[in-house]
Design a protein around this ligand. Structure first.
Ligand code: NAP
Length: 481
């Protein structure tokens, strides 16, 4: 099967491919060349309501399956994804832009999340409590929350959904999903994958369209018991407010502004390698991307030289081209934001070392950029850039680096490089972040809890903790024993 076999231009509700009521459609483009890949439905509240109804009906039977039965379905789903990883990766590269090798990595980690939750499905343990009453037994059980609504972003359109679908289905929930209009096919394809894996109709319903209208219905409909969102802090706060008002559970995986600290005792080559992975993967469009590098003054110049060499070596090319290391950005607005942050940094005393402009390939391609002589008052140090721009900021003392790293409303991921054991624990505990990479630039794995603090959201995806957000705790007090 090839990419076209996995491309669906319709919503999937109660096991049927359907168009939006008014028949309205919007176009989806190839991010490397702007050509049309296909069209998708523009759905609104009415279509969302029907998708929620379908999930609600399916919940009755799906939630009653044994954990082993659900685990078996998820195991098959992971297998189906792995068997078709190349075609799925091609679809992802076309609509998102990232290099094929990265896209395949995303598809495979998506399969790993599903596999992980298939395994965890069988370990939803409860507990017994020593009773204060002689004639009673007290049990605590964990039950699926019900129908959940999932909204996903365009930067990891396949794996972000895997984390939600895997955990939710493992818990016994059913769902309604809205992928991003920029990368809808990597969302819609889950309907086909679910069918291939034998997951019952109505368990996964997917629709595309008017984000605000769909989000409004998801957060106000009584049949939805939980909202799970990955995307910007702005939209996350809006949805959290509405979900909170309707007393729905919610988990929010939001924006970040990851610091990357290099101490003068670090293994410099390892730090540069980690820096490149933490920064330029997905053209700098990841929520755990480093935005700002704090480099201790004694090694600052050497680090800058070594990093510049690597940045120059990045091959910018369409994602399907052999050897591509950085594809296009998602759209013109993304380019404009990178340009704004560069102009701001240079106006505030930054020194342009590499790049700094649109790439000669044109379109949404941008040259990998490195700026030195950075400081904390630059936009790049304060906002999420979401593009291939690095700024190096010198520091002298450990406390100074920690203070600058924590000086942000975000708290998703942070990184630091050191070979000092005491510093490892000191800095690891002082950084106000949900995830810390120590001598590591890539930390995402299905076996660990992914998520942030402060404005980066709440809830965890992956790890043993990933199931908690999809389970309610119920206490049974059994008297008259
Ligand atoms: P976004 O603009 O917030 O969009 C995310 C999703 O929300 C999309 O599906 C979007 O739909 C939808 N949406 C937009 N407005 C909405 C509304 N009023 N109601 C309901 N849904 C709405 O974010 P993005 O630009 O796609 O993604 C980039 C952001 O995601 C970055 O901030 C990044 O850090 C964050 N992110 C976080 C994590 C994490 O795990 N913490 C992971 C990946 C990305 P349309 O696209 O169709 O408009």
């Amino acid at each position: 099967m090839n990419m076209r076999d996995f491309l669906h231009e319709a919503n999937f509700v109660a096991g049927q491919w359907v168009q939006a009521d008014a028949g309205e459609r919007m176009v989806v483009t190839d991010k490397a060349n702007g050509s049309v890949i296909g069209h998708i439905p523009v759905s609104g509240a009415a279509e969302t309501r029907r998708a929620i109804d379908a999930a609600h009906v399916a919940f009755t039977s799906f939630s009653k399956l044994t954990a082993g039965e659900r685990a078996g379905m998820l195991q098959s789903l992971a297998g189906v994804i792995r068997n078709h990883a190349d075609a799925l990766a091609e679809l992802l590269t076309n609509e998102q832009g990232k290099p094929f090798a990265e896209a395949k990595g995303e598809v495979l980690i998506g399969a790993s999340y599903i596999q992980w939750f298939a395994e965890e499905a069988r370990r939803v343990y409860g507990e017994t409590i020593p009773s204060p009453w002689a004639d009673r037994r007290m049990l605590v059980v964990r039950e699926p929350v019900g129908v959940f609504a999932a909204i996903t972003p365009w930067n990891f359109p396949f794996s972000m959904l895997a984390r939600k679908v895997g955990a939710g289905l493992a818990a016994g929930c059913t769902c309604v999903v809205k992928p991003s209009e920029f990368t809808p096919y990597c969302g819609l394809v889950w309907a086909q994958l679910a069918q291939m894996a034998g997951i019952p109709d109505g368990v996964i319903n997917i629709l595309t369209g008017d984000a605000a209208a769909i989000g409004e219905e998801m957060t106000s409909n009584d049949k939805v018991r939980k909202i799970t969102f990955t995307g910007s802090t702005r939209v996350g706060k809006l949805l959290a407010e509405r979900a909170g008002a309707a007393m729905k559970r919610f988990s929010m995986e939001l924006g970040g502004n990851a610091p990357f600290i290099v101490f003068d005792d670090a293994d410099l080559d390892a730090a540069v390698e980690g820096a490149m992975a933490a920064k330029y993967r997905n053209a700098g469009q990841t929520c755990v991307c480093t935005n700002r590098f704090y480099v201790q003054r004694g090694i600052y110049d050497e680090f800058a030289e070594k990093m510049a060499e690597k940045v120059v070596g990045l091959k910018v090319a369409p994602g399907m081209e052999e050897g591509a290391m950085q594809g296009p950005l998602i759209n013109e607005a993304a380019i404009a934001k990178v340009e704004d942050h560069i102009a701001d940094a240079l106006a505030k005393g930054g020194v342009l070392k590499i790049g700094g402009k649109r790439h000669e390939l044109g379109g949404n391609f941008f040259a990998p950029t490195l700026i030195t002589a950075g400081h904390q008052e630059m936009k790049v140090a304060r906002e999420e850039t979401f593009g291939p721009l690095s700024v190096l900021i010198p520091f002298d003392q450990e406390e100074e680096a920690i203070a600058m790293a924590n000086d942000t409303e975000y708290g998703l991921a942070a990184y630091f490089y050191t070979r000092d054991l005491g510093r490892t624990f000191r800095v690891g505990s002082a950084l106000e972040y949900g995830m810390i990479g120590i001598n590591a630039g890539i930390i995402t794995t299905e076996v660990a809890p992914f998520g942030g603090v402060k404005d980066s959201g709440q809830g965890r995806e992956g790890g043993r903790q990933g199931l908690d957000d999809y389970l309610n705790v119920k206490y049974l007090s059994i008297a008259g024993i």
